[in-house]
Design a protein around this ligand. Sequence first.
Ligand code: ADP
Length: 581
Amino acid sequence: MKKDLTRGLVFILLASLILFLALAAFHSQRQAQAQLEAQLSEAGELLARGWESGLEINDLAVSMYDSSPLPNLDLIVLHEDGEVILRLPDQANAFKEKSREEFRRAFAGEDRFFIRRFEQSHKSKLYYTLRVPSQAAAIRLGVEPAFPWQDFWPLLLSACLFTLLSLVFCHLWVGKKTQGYISSLEGLREALVDLGQGNYAVQVSEIAGAPFNEVQALSVAFNQAGKLLEERHEYSLQRMARLSTILNTIIDPLLLVDENKNLLYSNRQALYVFGRNLDPEDKSYPQILLTHSEELDDLIDQSMSTGEDLDTILSLSTIKGDLRYKTLVSPIFVEDSVYGVVVALHDLTVEEESAAFRRDFVANVTHELKTPLTSIRGFVETLRDNPKVSSEQAQRFYDIIDVEAERLEHLINDILSLSEAEQGKIKNIARFDLSELIDEVIVLLDDQASDKKVSVYTEDNLPESLPVEAEADRIKQVLINLIDNAIKYNQEAGKVSVSAYRLSPQKVQIVVKDNGPGISPEAQKRIFERFYRVDTGRSRSLGGTGLGLSIVKHIAQLYGGEARVESQPGHGSSFIVTMNI
Ligand code: ADP
């Protein structure tokens, strides 16, 4: 910018200088010519007057010619009849025919001054012709006008000096005036580069006041645009973060694939399920490297070429093995053309497992209900169809019906307890003493224990008072189920010990230990399943429903804990329950 301005100013100054010099030269030349004309006419008049006064023209002319300062003076005196009276300098061809023209004009009393240009020599000559009526002749004086360099040189030098000084001044002035602009524009350029590289917070300093008003307006506009861009960028980042958070909370894998089947986005679940750490948002890569499914690749192709939503079930290889996924491939359109697809995967394993689980549960419940019901109906029919049944026999039948009805009641109560525990609702939380509750349950099961000659006692480490906060009925249910089992499945004259203590300020552990037959490792893995019994016949005969340990496990989970068993066949079992109570 500075260079351009300086160049422009130099050009203007030089053009002005040339124009000025041309005008000055023209003016000087005009002045010089006027001076020559005055000198010529003065010399001519002098000659004419002298001649008219009777002096010899020859003498007059020679003395004037010799003393005249006029450059290249030539002098001709011509008689009206065309005879050359005198010619100075005395050259044979000095008078040419066409010179008669100025004499003709002079004799006619017309223009006295005349300029003739000589084509060959490219010179010109100024003539002054004067009629001398008394002598019937005319005098012509001619000079070669020369450019008045002597007058022009000082002007030329001073003009050049002035121009030079002006140039230096202009250069300095332009430098000073453009400094602010240049640094501002440089700042703006750097800021724009920054902005292009994504630094939206960049701002430029705003030079205020004249002559920087335009630059200031530009800087203000830039800063405003930068702020707006920064706000928009911030907003879109927040939106993306929100969207990403939402997509990451979806428990189903979700993928965004471009038209070349490269991943643009994958939610956290998809990366986890397919065992990859490489986030496609950091570096895009083919979807097949994530899912390893050619079927899914084909499905994506199909959806992109037809532009239709496709819905199918695929078996995909995951970190948990091959899982069945309900797969939805949906094309994304940008201005009527397919830009890529969204792949939504829904794991059917859980649903299929829970459907199977429900089927099993219904079958088990039906089976469990059917046995006592069939028994009750059988005895009721026998009593109804045989009125002659003896009263002792009838009493026995009534007792069996009562036992079966009680079993039914147990079963229904256990199913209800299990369903409540599974729903995960904790209600009626109260503060109570766990040690006291343990004592209470031992007393409650005293008859069963006595029947089996099993002694139930509390361990020494059970604190006298163990205050907890929980739903007392549920904790009681845990204790009853564990102690009841320890008595039921124990040998005659066996022992059952109960202890409870705080593992941490929040965690309480309850241990029910027996010296019964123990449980095999295979059975240990399954005893917390619903309706699982090691010995179904024995369990039933002892009034078991197969749901007791399942209820214990769910209540423990309800309180953020767990239930587990430690057992060695032949060496008894220990049931350990931890709960945050
Ligand atoms: P049940 O109503 O049959 O007792 P549970 O769920 O309470 O159902 O127990 C499941 C099975 O675990 C029982 O049938 C029994 O075979 C086994 N079991 C439970 N507790 C003990 C124990 N203390 N000693 C040996 N086996 C046990």
